[in-house]
Design a protein around this ligand. Structure first.
Ligand SMILES: Nc1ncnc2c1ncn2[C@@H]1O[C@H](COP(=O)(O)OP(=O)(O)OP(=O)(O)O)[C@@H](O)[C@H]1O
Ligand SMILES: [Mg+2]
Length: 317
């Protein structure tokens, strides 16, 4: 399995539970594991009954397992401050206000959260020295579009550099004597920043294609299956690897001798879900790595071990 594993899927299908069980299983198999949570509702904290923050923190009672919880709202704010600061250093005071206004507007757009989070994911991939890093939530189609940025940005930067060099050349030729400081495109702070961004996204693109894989969590209902199909399309568009699907919340089958109304209802549900599972297996390419039944209570404590057992071993090594 790749070093970076992203769990994606529609809201509420069980990403947090399954990624926690998976991280636990990797750690138990001997891999130093980091589970990255991005959930503002602190669900990972609920799973382990422990508070986490933006630095890797060992989980009490679990060997080789750490959790890092990043807050999307805070990421957006930090991103905003960082961008303002960087630009503020480089432009005259008269345009700072207008730029501030524009940057604030841009951070209110729907993609801003995701872009800031994606940036944080890149940091974590660059900084972590864990054997395995499990992300509870994968970048969506919109964020993955950022992966095509290096090509786009690359061409743009190259053209900017050419223009800048041409103008510097003209300036040099027009200058009388050599009392003026020599201007070069190399030292240009704005170009340096753009180059930095380009390198960052190049790193992200390469790492995601070569060392990352995606696991999509779904429930046996039409809406989440459809969402899974869409997510698969965008992952394929960006040539990313998909390890497979985890189908969560299957209805448990009653014992054969049970024949009350409840048992009959359950049997019918099991039947419908089996058909849906078959459809899933025939219409979508990636393999179903695990099917997980609905437990009587939320997934934490011993249920976490239980679900970890249900996950295919081949995905932990
Ligand atoms: N197989 C299961 N059996 C019983 N409860 C489950 C199961 N899977 C998930 N749950 C419970 O359902 C709730 C939602 O699951 P979870 O938080 O893992 O979903 P999620 O996809 O991370 O949601 P979100 O999109 O809001 O982040 C949790 O309370 C969790 O304990
Ligand atoms: Mg969650």
């Amino acid at each position: 399995m790749e070093r970076f594993v992203f769990f994606g899927g529609k809201g509420g299908v069980g990403k947090t539970s399954i990624s926690a069980a998976y991280a636990h299983k990797c750690a138990r198999a001997g891999a130093e594991t980091l589970l990255v949570s991005t959930d503002p509702a602190h669900s990972t904290a609920d799973v382990f009954d422990q508070a986490f923050d933006d630095t890797p923190t060992p989980v009490d009672g679990y060997d080789s397992l750490e959790v890092l919880e990043t807050d999307p709202e805070q990421e957006v704010t930090e991103h905003l401050m960082e961008t303002k600061r960087a630009l503020g250093d480089q432009v005259s005071a008269s345009v700072v206000n207008e730029i501030d206004r524009q940057i604030e507007l841009s951070h209110q757009t729907p993609g801003a959260h995701e872009a800031a989070l994606f940036d944080r994911f890149i940091d974590i991939m660059q900084e972590s020295d864990h054997d395995r890093v499990v992300f509870d939530t994968s970048p969506t189609g919109g964020t993955l579009r950022l992966l095509s940025l290096p090509e786009y940005l690359g061409g743009w930067i190259d053209r900017l550099i050419e223009k800048r060099e041409a103008s510097i050349d003209l300036y040099e030729r027009a200058a009388i004597g050599d009392r003026e400081p020599r201007r070069t495109a190399l030292g240009d702070p704005i170009l340096a920043r753009l180059q930095g961004r380009r390198e960052r996204f190049e790193f992200a693109r390469e790492t995601l294609r070569e060392s990352a894989t995606f696991v999509l969590v779904t429930n046996p209902d039409e809406l989440s299956v459809r969402e899974t199909a869409r997510a698969l399309d965008s992952l394929q568009d960006y040539e990313l690897q998909v390890a497979g699907l985890v189908v969560n919340r299957l209805t448990p089958e009653p014992e054969p001798e049970e024949d009350g109304r409840g048992a009959r209802y359950l049997r019918e549900r099991v039947q419908t879900e089996r058909e849906r599972l078959r459809e899933l297996e025939t219409s979508l390419d990636p393999p179903v790595l695990a099917t997980i039944e609905t437990r009587v209570s939320e997934i934490k404590g011993s249920f976490l071990d239980d679900v970890a057992e249900d996950l295919d071993v081949s995905i932990t090594v």
